[in-house]
Design a protein around this ligand. Structure first.
Ligand SMILES: [Zn+2]
Length: 55
């Protein structure tokens, strides 16, 4: 059934490096910057059920 639930204004955070599942923004755990100034994100993969760095 097409309800448009996946047509949100927010794109996914990225993909799980393990299973390549798209990780929605709602699964963001924490966002931070490394000492080098690179933005990094930790998000919970809905498929692996672990926290990963979205690609
Ligand atoms: Zn995964």
């Amino acid at each position: 059934m097409r309800t448009g639930d996946f047509e949100t204004s927010d794109p996914p955070l990225g993909r799980c490096p393990t299973c390549e599942t798209a990780i929605p923004r709602s699964d963001l755990v924490v966002a931070y910057e490394t000492p080098d100034g690179w933005p990094r994100m930790l998000a919970a993969c809905p498929a692996c059920e672990v926290t990963v760095h979205p690609l």
